[in-house]
Design a binder for this molecule. Sequence first.
Ligand code: PBG
Length: 326
Amino acid sequence: MDMSHRPRRLRSDGVRSLVRETELSASDLVAPVFVDATTDERVPIGSMPGHTRVPVDQAAERVREVRETGVEAVIVFGVPESKDAEGSRAWADDGVVQRAVRRIVEETDAYVITDVCLCEYTDHGHCGAIESGARADPHMTVDNDRTLELLAKTAVSHAEAGADMVAPSSMTDGMVGAIRTALDDHGFESLPIMSYAAKYESAFYGPFRDAADGAPAFGDRRHYQMDPANGREATREVALDVEEGADVLLIKPALAYLDVVADVRETFDHPVAAYNVSGEYAMLHAAAEKGWLDLDAVAHESLLSIKRAGADLILTYFAEDVARRL
Ligand code: PBG
């Protein structure tokens, strides 16, 4: 047996860190923040231990807590005071995200990203305006082209409130181009777009839908979010967003889609983001609660793996916990 190759030589304590390929840092992480216009106190999110929905007047304080851990960026989600068929509270100047962002920008130095979608704002819970008759017919779905205009208005209103970056997540064809044009028309040509470029129709979003109250009232999202079976299609999806002017390419979910993260890293030069989603967070917490997993260890290992696969930045509910221990 030829024993000249012994990879174990580089695993001793002194050298391990010298040859380590991947490092996690607080500056890679983005912490999701939920702001709720229907409450005046923090409401714990049952399926996401440690997370709450905060009232608008605590949004800045919540972001300061994130900043204290070393995490520099947040992504803001809103729960509006009311919903309608088109989701008009999404682009209202006094909407929940707009009010919260103004406060956060004024009172903190965090980098503020906003999620641009309509599912939390529509009474039917879909990510855009729906075709007439869609409520009765499971084959009908979101009216793609009409939704573009609503998303564009929403993105502009977030920019006007002071957002540093917008992140459209509705999987509407053409959304990046429509938002880019609208932002440019309103003087926000320097504001970057992080596109949820390959977002899958995933069962891992379950706990988020409790958190943001955005579950579809009928049907599901399979006509606009991607089929979990498809990897090559992600390259096409992402290429379209690149052409339309996306600045950062986001893959979602993360852990079950690391092949997609790696492919996108390989194929494109843009920064790649991965969203370590609510279900990925909840399942580790659930197992840890039973004493079956060491939560800190699996959280760290999950984020490290997402980076190793090729993500530059990670949106994660573990951001604060992991950053605190780095
Ligand atoms: C809005 C949106 C969702 C998530 C982020 N933005 C929900 C969905 O598409 O159903 C999910 C985030 C998570 O599960 O952590 N469209």
